[in-house]
Design a protein. Sequence first.
Length: 237
Amino acid sequence: MYSVLLVDDDPKLLGLLENYFTKEGFTVLTARDGEEALRVFRKDQPQLLVLDLMLPKIDGRDVCRTIRQESTVPIIMLTARDAEFDRLMGLELGADDYVTKPFSMRELVARVRALLRRTYGAYGKQADPKPSTVVQAGTLKLDLDRHEVQRFDPEANRWETIDLTPIEFSLLEVLMKSPGRVFNRLQLMENSHGFAFDGYERTIDAHIRNLRRKIEPDTKNPRYILTVYGIGYKFGG
């Protein structure tokens, strides 16, 4: 059973979310402000957060930023603002997905389930250890079974682990498995998120920027994730 932390300062909406997720079989934790959200997260270690953007005491953006410094737990942002800037801001801070209010409970749960499957697999936990399936390109190595990405540091002469969010890992996996193939944004969204909605494909750009900051030696001259203008992206390592 997955544990989900729901964070919203609207008690009516929070109650509806809690009831719906409980009926869907989740273990539900709740918080009504940013301070409480961080306290519950650190104490109970939920497997996913549904986090409102506008919160009292500590803003949802700051909550997301703080959690990303401590964990790669999946985060879905809720926002009442429909402006692209506000939606993409959450992704730049490390959120994996966003849902704009008002939203369908069924769609939100579907998005949560898809993200959980991407992160933990079908049974809510990582699979038992087995021989690794490793994809390597140059100084970048992706271990599918360990769900781990490493980059070789020639100065230190060692491999260093890179912390990626679930969506960032899925995107890198899709690209590295098909080097040279060009993917458009909808294809990348379908393969990394498990679904694709028109109007959401620009979220891929935000995830790609975050991913480049983590894996590219020089983000201004990327060597691994290349832009194919007017189409999408490809892996060129």
